[in-house]
Each structure stands twice: as C-alpha cells, then as structure tokens.
Design a protein around this ligand. Structure first.
Ligand code: SF4
Length: 376
C-alpha cells in the first residue's frame, strides 16, 4: 500500500511531536515529509477488519507476517541478539527455542487460508532461514501455494546474516527470485572481517565470516535481488561519523544501493540483566548522537539530501539520498512501545511460530489468534 505522507511544517505548526528523538526539531526542519506507517486509530482506511474463529480483529495497514524461522540454531551468535533477551514477566515458550514439527507446513498453509484476503507483506525473519535451504525452499513453496485463497500479498523481504547464501547461493537465489522477493536485508555490522566477527561470532565452518566470501556473496546476491545492508551501530563496530563514511564506501564497492544504520532497540526495565542485555547497555551507540555528529560535518550536510522521515508503530527512521542515488537510513526502535501496541488488542504484527500458533506478536503463547485445533 502507499504510505500516507504528512507535511512536517504542518506538524511543527500544530506542535505535534512524532519522532522520539532529541533531534526532532532539527529533523522537522530538514525533512519536508513524514511517512505515517503507524496507522492513526481513527482512520478506518488504515485498519482492515477480518474475522478469525468467530472474532473480528482489526489489522493495521501496512502489516507484516513472519513465519518465524527456527528450524535450527542460528549460524551466528551476535552479542546483541534479541532472541537471547528475556522479559522477567513473560511466561510460555521462547520462539527461538521451538523447532517445527512434521505438520508445520500443513499448519502454515491452513493459517494462510485463515488470513484470506488480509493485505500484508511477508517479512521472512526469526533465526537464520538460509541455514536450512530445504526448510526455506519449502517455506517459499507453501507461501506461494496459498495463492488466491491466502492473504493479499503486497511484498516480501528476507532478513539474513548471509550464511546460507554463501553455501547455497545458486539454489536459494533461484528460489527467492522465482518467489518474487522484493529485497534482502543483509546484516553485517562492520566493513572489516575482524571487528565484524567480534560482534557476529559466526559458528565454526561458516564461510560468511570471511570477508572475501561475504563480499562475493553480497555482490552476487545483489546482482539478482536488491540487497540492503543492515549495520547495527555499537561500540567496537560502527560508532562514529568516520565509520559511517567508511562503511558506505565499502557498501558501494559491492554495488549495494541502500544502507541502514540501526540502534539497538530501547529495552524496558522488564528485560532481564543477562549477558546480552549487559552487552546492549554497555555497547549502545545512540542513533541521535551518531546522526548529530554526522550532521555536524559539512560533508554530510552537503552530500546527503534528506528524503523522508518515517514513523512506524515502534520505530522511526530518517532516509537520506546520496548524489549517486544510494539511500542511507538511520533508525531507532523501542521494545516498550512494541509491547504496548501488542496489548491494545489491535493487530500490528503477525507471527506464525514453530508451535503452529498464529500470534499477534513475537511470543508463541501470547496473543494467539489461531491454532490448528481451531479448525472445524
Ligand atoms: S544473525 Fe540474527 S538471529 Fe542470528 S545471532 Fe545474529 S541477530 Fe541473532
């Protein structure tokens, strides 16, 4: 769907705040348009009513659906991995710990039929789906088979650390391309091998850890499907304006046209102080600080053209355009806001978990909309 744009001068005039950033006044001056991905509650055109098991739900527009990939443990062990963050007040299974059973794809097919005609896009994420090419290919087949009796598909994105695209690139790219994937978001948190592997800690035998293999795979993938590089900024990684420029130059050499710099999600106090949380707290690079130091440089101000600000339901980002057409995005999100949205009863996100629960969120035993036993 086309995301409605709001004139930022109008927001300033009405003193309406939209971006949770201390740079908001400056950003509102620089950007003339704000894309409202977060649907206003009163705007009926942004909520799709749909009945599941006799109950009417209201689905946000736009909406994403994730068949959560957890067929095997991830090939990386990123120090900040959100799959290893736990909330003290949560009960039930953890999505990353569940493995799909033999009926998984049949149940997914049924869930897709339950969502018949709901407008959404596929967001293929979870653990690393490319680690198990058989699982990923069967997933794509299942999604494709839903056809006219499934949801109304508006697009599809694959999130990856690239591991399987190094080992099974030819097969996976053919399948993803046949599927009609819109683009790939490829996580690589530093432009050099050593610091990147300090952060991502690929398991033994993963060729993607090596710079030459990763670069060859990114370039080969980008020749088939657009690759957006995702760099989660952090101490020991990309932390300063000079690092940003160097990372962008590196991305250019691979033919990549979009780079996203993302802050660790803000974590409410309900998240346990485990090793991941302590890493996130001690290595956080605030996107406001990084963006402010970029904006201080004449090079950034004179080279990059502000394009659009986006306000999502638990994130915001600022998108800039370089003279050669490269898109550069700075992004921040907040898990507290994400959970608050999950509790509204409105549907902001759909996840199909390995336990075959279709949920309105990332917890496999909460906000359950449908499960196979619900079939008549
Ligand atoms: S690649 Fe993703 S799922 Fe795997 S460890 Fe890193 S952040 Fe976690």
């Amino acid at each position: 769907m086309r995301i409605p744009l709001v004139d930022t001068r109008e927001l300033v005039r009405r003193k309406v705040a939209r971006i949770d950033s201390r740079l908001q006044p400056q950003l509102m001056q620089l950007f003339h348009q704000l894309a409202l991905r977060d649907p206003p509650r009163e705007d009926k055109s942004r909520w799709y009513p749909h009945t599941i098991s006799g109950r009417v739900h209201h689905f946000a527009r736009p909406l994403t659906f994730t068949p959560y990939a957890s067929a095997r443990p991830c090939s990386a062990r990123c120090r900040f991995c959100s799959e290893t963050l736990y909330e003290s007040n949560r009960t039930g299974s953890k999505a990353a710990a569940l493995r799909p059973g033999p009926r998984y794809f049949d149940a997914l097919g049924s869930a897709l039929r339950v969502l018949r005609d709901v407008p959404l896009s596929y967001s293929l994420s979870g653990l690393e789906s490319t680690d198990d090419p058989d699982w990923l290919c069967q997933l794509l087949d299942t999604l494709q088979s839903a056809g006219d009796v499934g949801p109304a598909i508006e697009g599809s994105v694959l999130y990856t650390n690239g591991a399987g695209l190094v080992h099974h690139g030819e097969r996976l790219l053919a399948a993803l391309s046949d599927f009609g994937l819109s683009w790939i978001e490829w996580s690589r948190h530093h432009d050099a091998e050593g610091p990147n592997d300090q952060i991502m800690r690929f398991r033994l035998g993963q060729a993607v850890a090596q710079q030459a293999d990763a670069e060859a795979a990114i370039a080969a993938t980008n020749a088939v499907l657009p690759v957006k590089l995702v760099c989660v900024v952090q101490q020991g990684g990309i932390a300063q304006a000079d690092d940003v420029w160097r990372y962008l130059s590196w991305a250019r050499t691979l033919g990549v046209r979009t780079v996203i710099f993302r802050e660790f999600s803000a974590l409410p106090s309900t998240y346990q102080s485990n090793v991941t949380r302590r890493y996130v707290d001690s290595h956080r690079v605030c996107i406001d600080d990084l963006l402010a130091s970029c904006l201080d440089s004449a090079r950034f101000r004179h080279t990059l053209e502000p394009e659009v600000l986006t306000h999502g339901y638990y994130f915001w980002n600022a998108r800039w355009r370089a003279p050669d057409g490269m898109t550069v995005v700075f992004e921040r999100s907040d898990y507290g806001t994400l959970h608050a949205c999950e509790h509204t009863g409105l549907i902001y996100k759909l996840v199909f978990h390995a336990n075959e629960h279709l949920c309105a969120g990332w917890q496999p035993d909460q906000h359950i909309l449908w499960r196979p036993d619900d079939l008549p």
